[in-house]
Design a protein around this ligand. Structure first.
Ligand code: NYM
Ligand code: MG
Length: 362
């Protein structure tokens, strides 16, 4: 069965202002009057009067859209769902490689991971796959620090936790709080579904696309690497980054799958900018499962979520990363606890250089 997926441009208007899901490219577009939405289910989050262009992967016929105008189909991607036709999907990876190869200096790690992903899709032996990722740290030279004189670097803060643990709410509240105190701050989320790799990830999560567990793991990682240069630039310019999920989700959601070891899952993430703080939010009792949006995407089952939570807790024992676990409570209580946790980090982190995650040389 061939499933045709289309990325659609549309324009819609909605009353709730929220720009937190936008990345730099989106913001640029927003300033020219067009904004970019990476997730169809988040489109209701965007603001009144702003013209929105969605670039998410939809089935061609999208029923009951909440917004008034859909127009201009500008891209069409075909994925073949049959496991027997892996060639179809490796061609998609080839297209990604060709796209990122247009800028090999910036996307060195991304290209490396995409090539590994292609290997994983075509071979099954673990040894070969291990070989693919083994040399990744050696290849991470493209993103050197670009520190500026007289500018204190920004702080890298990550929110982790299972679905429905409140990461999006709390990361956005922290962003607002820091902004109100004149901090330069940018909110990011992973996966970032706005890029070409992000769109493939999104199609996978929406169950519109099948692929090998290792392949998707490497794509999630490549999706982080494609933002590393921007992240480093921001941090060097004194911008504090607040991340809604990062490498730890990457490891936790994959390592629970049969045959994927923790160390294999960590390999492609080694060398990413190391967070100054990881806030692990515990999931309120009764959740996930009770919220409206839960249950549609891949991994949105209570078993997958509780396995991922256990893995996150295991990762939180790692002394090379500063973790803080925040217990459940009212939204305001949790926010206050987060502020108290973040405060000393904001003061101290800028005085030491940004680390590299899980770097054996550290
Ligand atoms: N997820 C997220 C992964 O499996 N690997 C990753 O590297 C990241 C960042 O994607 N269930 C999973 C966790 C979520 C899903 O994330 C989508 P969100 O925050 O619901 O958009
Ligand atoms: Mg989710």
């Amino acid at each position: 069965m061939i499933v045709k997926l289309k990325a659609i441009c549309g324009i819609f208007i909605h009353p709730r202002p929220r720009t937190k899901l936008m990345n730099r490219r989106s913001l640029k577009m927003a300033s020219s009057g067009v904004a970019f939405v990476s997730r169809p289910e988040k489109r209701q989050d965007y603001s009144e009067g702003r013209r929105i262009m969605t670039n998410s992967i939809f089935p061609p016929k999208v029923p009951n859209l909440n917004f008034p105008v859909m127009a201009n189909v500008h891209q069409s991607i075909t994925f073949d769902k049959q496991p027997s036709s892996k060639a179809g999907f490796t061609k998609e990876i080839d297209k990604l490689i060709a796209e990122y190869q247009r800028n090999p200096e910036s996307y060195r790690e991304v290209i490396h991971l995409l090539k590994c992903a292609k290997e994983c899709e075509t071979r099954t032996e673990e040894s070969k796959e291990m070989e693919c990722t083994r040399n990744l740290v050696d290849c991470t030279t493209a993103s050197e620090d670009c520190l500026q004189d007289n500018v204190l670097r920004g702080v890298l803060i990550v929110f982790e936790g299972a679905d429905c643990s409140g990461k999006s709410t709390q990361s956005s509240r922290l962003e607002k709080d820091l902004k109100s105190r004149s901090h330069k701050v940018r909110l990011m989320r992973f996966p970032d579904r706005s890029t070409s790799i992000g769109q493939v990830i999104s199609a996978y999560l929406e169950k519109k696309l099948e692929m090998n567990d290792r392949t998707i793991h490497l794509l999630f990682s490549a999706n982080r690497w494609e933002f590393v240069q921007q992240m480093r630039k921001d941090l060097a310019a004194g911008v504090t980054l607040v991340l809604d999920r990062y490498a730890f989700s990457g490891v936790a959601y994959s390592a629970r799958k049969p045959g994927l070891s923790l160390s294999w899952c960590q390999a492609p993430e080694r060398g990413l900018p190391c967070p100054d703080l990881v806030v692990l939010l515990e999931t309120p009792p009764g959740l996930p499962g009770q919220t409206r949006r839960f249950g549609c995407e891949r991994y949105e089952t209570s078993v997958a979520q509780s396995n991922a939570s256990s893995c996150l807790k295991k990762l939180a024992d790692d002394p090379t990363v500063h973790w803080e676990i925040i217990g459940t409570g009212s939204e305001d209580d949790v926010h206050q606890q987060i502020l108290a946790t973040v405060e000393p980090v904001l003061l101290n982190a800028p005085n030491s250089p940004l680390g590299r995650l899980w770097n054996k040389q550290d």
